[in-house]
Design a protein. Structure first.
Length: 267
């Protein structure tokens, strides 16, 4: 972070955060596209994350479930970046997090459910593709660990699928509509730990800038939206988020216009 506080930080009372896999690597959860990413090390693994292939091929489903039996996210804890965003919210600045992550770490850090939009769903619940019964994924995970390679619904025998968005699957239009409303009504959008390669979530950066917001990108690698940003930060994500929050939380920001900001920030 620059030592001199930039002008775009002044008087910010509403902040939207678009978070990607990079914010959770500090919690021990590997990303997908980085040098040691899941798909970098095993490109064929991406096939298990494609909807049509998943639905059609039991071997792909078995591979998918094996991936999640011992996934690092089950034991992961929020890191300093997640905690800094909670601190920002507690300061009186209205915070909304639009996350591409499925790990639930923002909520576990202390953000209220209503302040976190899970654009790509959650790994913590699983739904039957036939009867739409929903189960805790921990229960399905236990079945896989016990030897079921391709667990089916206990209610109707249908295919089970994590409540996550796979390639070839549309994002929930209601959630995306809320996300667009949020970035359209914030003066600052911070994109954290996202490659900004996955659409339509990444398009939220362009929407925000077109509606007059300042965009800050915190990421290890260049992104397609860096040219729209007022600040691009290449630093350790946990340190960079904490530093930015420290600059946003000023004595004035804690009290000035906080109630009005909360009224204007979409739910």
């Amino acid at each position: 972070m620059p030592k001199q506080v930039p002008s775009w930080i002044s008087d910010v009372t509403r902040v939207a955060v678009l978070s990607g896999a990079g914010i959770s690597t500090g919690s021990g959860i590997p990303d997908y596209r980085g040098p040691d990413g899941v798909w970098t090390r095993d490109p064929a693994a991406a096939a298990a994350f494609t909807l049509d292939t998943y639905l059609a091929n039991p071997d792909v489903r078995a591979r998918f479930w094996r991936t999640y039996v011992d996934h690092a996210a089950w034991q992961a804890q929020p890191n300093a970046a997640h905690q800094a965003l909670v601190r920002l919210d507690e300061s009186g600045i209205a915070v909304r997090v639009l996350t591409q992550n499925i790990d639930g770490l923002h909520q576990r850090a202390g953000l209220a459910d209503r302040k976190v939009l899970e654009l790509h769903g959650t790994m913590w619940t699983t739904t039957c593709t036939r009867c739409r019964s929903t189960f805790p994924t921990t229960a399905v995970r236990a079945r896989v660990a016990a030897g079921e390679h391709d667990p089916h619904c206990t209610a109707c025998g249908g295919l089970l699928k994590l409540d996550t968005v796979l390639f070839g699957q549309n994002l929930n239009p209601d959630i995306m509509g809320r996300a667009v409303a949020i970035v359209s009504n914030t003066p600052l959008l911070v994109a954290v730990g996202s490659s900004l390669l996955v659409e339509p979530a990444a398009q939220l950066c362009r929407v925000a800038v077109e509606r007059g917001a300042h965009l800050v990108v915190i990421n290890r690698d260049p992104t397609p939206y860096d040219q729209l940003a007022v600040e691009v930060i290449r630093a350790d994500i946990t340190d960079a988020v904490a530093d930015l929050v420290d600059q946003l939380i000023t004595p004035g920001a804690r009290v000035r216009g906080a109630d009005d900001a909360r009224r204007r920030m979409p739910a």
